[in-house]
Ligand binder design. Sequence first.
Ligand code: HEM
Length: 245
Amino acid sequence: MITMAATAKPIFSLLLLARLSATLVAILLLSWALYFTTSFLPHTLSQRDLIYSVLHPLLMVIGFILISGEAILVHRWLPGSRKRKKRVHLWLQGVAFTSAIFGIWTKFQGREGVVANFYSLHSWMGLLCVSLFGVQWLMGFLTFWHRGEARMIRIQVLPWHVFIGLYTYGLAVVTAETGLLEKLTFLQTNGVVLKHCNESLIVNGLGLGLAMLCGVVILTTVSSKQYQSIPKTKVMYSDNKYLTP
Ligand code: HEM
């Protein structure tokens, strides 16, 4: 069987779709946070608490999910050496992790202690997700970045790194979905927001955008590397040998 390897286009289309979904998510979230501020008003009505309340979804979605998605995609588009890709990947994941920690910290402000906050499925999933992310980042740092590591150990750990990385990314998106659902249900139940209104549309659209982004990022990652990297001019046979015209 002969497979024509005109494959530069699929990966380009997937990356474009990922960026479009990410842009849509960012626009919807910013519109929600900037134009519907009353939905984020805390009981205290203080300006400081309002800022913390708005900062949580912004840091979690833009700082954590969008940036860690971009860090995952780095291996698919960034030109240059593996070392360079790993460095950018690690730094972006570091920024995402810092945003996540700061995002959770905003929720600890103005309440009675840390433990009192963790009552919802959303908060438990969030804690699990950010803890896994932190462990994964540390392991990635030690096994992939540390120059003294044995090559065999790195090769053995790689599939686990990819699996836990994608699992944590999916968990982050699901956690954000539960956060959106919790917030919108709370607002609708209290009559602050109508079931059919622009704000509900924006929040539901944001949830759909996140689901789409998650699918595209995972698909781009699991698409065969070999499939992506063969130049257009080569023909591939089923025994994996290439013929260049
Ligand atoms: C990756 C995304 C997210 C993660 C990891 C996450 C994590 C967390 C955690 C750990 C808490 C508990 C902190 C505390 O209550 O002291 C929390 C609370 C909260 N989050 Fe998120 N969050 C995410 C996204 C969102 C989004 C998009 C919203 C939408 C507005 C949101 C809304 C809330 C609300 C209303 C609370 C307070 C009520 C509760 O604890 O369930 N979160 N979040």
